[in-house]
Design a binder for this molecule. Sequence first.
Ligand SMILES: Cc1ncc(COP(=O)(O)O)c(C=O)c1O
Length: 390
Amino acid sequence: MRFDTILPMAAANNSKWVTLEDRFGIDPADGIAMAVADSDYPTAPCVVEAVRKSVDMGVFGYGYDKAGYLDSLCWWMSHRHGWTVDPDWVVSTQGLGHAIATTIDLWSEPGEGVAYFTPVYHEFRFKTERAGRTPVELPMVLTEGRYELDFEAAAQALTPDTRILLFCSPQNPSGRIWSREELRRVAAFAEEHNLILVSDEVHCDLQYDGTPHIPMDIAAPEFRHRTITLFAASKTFNLAGMRVGQMIIPDADLRARVVQRLTALNYDPTVMGITATAAAYTPQGNEWLAAQMAHLTRMRDIFDTAVNAIPGVKSMRLQSTFLPWVDFSGTGMESAEILRRVHGDAKLGTAPGDWFGTGGESFHRFNIAMPTAHVEAMGTRLAAAFSDLQ
Ligand SMILES: Cc1ncc(COP(=O)(O)O)c(C=O)c1O
């Protein structure tokens, strides 16, 4: 099975495997690396074929016409998400970390606030801090095993100089897919507090159980004048190393500001990244994605069944993403003891929950975009590491 072959990930220079020992003291020979959100199986054959064709030609000179790539992207958006995107709205970036950093740089000054609902993708905080801005955490509320946005508390937490709201949709971690009503409230909150709204939708293609993802621009089109949507093929098609992402910006003034800065900094996407992305956003790519989701759905069941059988440990049911968010609070253990057991005893290189900000302390984030044997090993190793609780 194409998703079940165990690949020599270190030989592919895969960062989560290469850094496993230095980061967590886990020997990659008997550990499982999962602290980065990419997959341990190859991308779609149609993408490999397109890249191979370019490699076989051996011409890696300057690229030019991006129309094929933009047409593919717009087809994908309309086909999968019912969103009609004008190719003129799309600004390509060197991945989405680049897009987030560019937005922080353009719409805030050093010392000013950048807000986000926590727990959330840790790079929201890291990028805010690296830019010398002030992180403003807006903790979500955990109600019956599901995160809810608390707008009253969020309004209290904002500082007068908060300029940007980074919003993760679907949420990483937890995989929560937001409803139209929730998205509208987020956009209205940004409007009320005069914040630039970044809707990071990179995980939106990875939907389980048919739960629909709604693009922010469809949910709240009247707030386009402050909204930037982030998108990329990187998570869906395991292309993060190709370093291509898209900022989709319907508002001409916002877009002009981004284009001016990226042009001034002489940024241009790589020819190979564009080739791979254009090949991914096709009917063949879509078929491969269906096969990947069937695999991930099986992995989610295997993982949840094994993990939820451990007393005091609870995996949050994923609606999206391949990143299970597991709560160990029911074990009554300190986070250092949980870390010792997960990393030290089970040799599972998870992302510790405190990376993700307030509310994440008792959690670990796993990654099931892996061969079945690895996902099964996660369950058996965790059960062994917490066997005294059985
Ligand atoms: C929500 C979210 N945004 C952005 C990124 C980073 O994207 P890129 O690799 O394109 O910089 C990630 C990667 O894990 C992510 O989960």
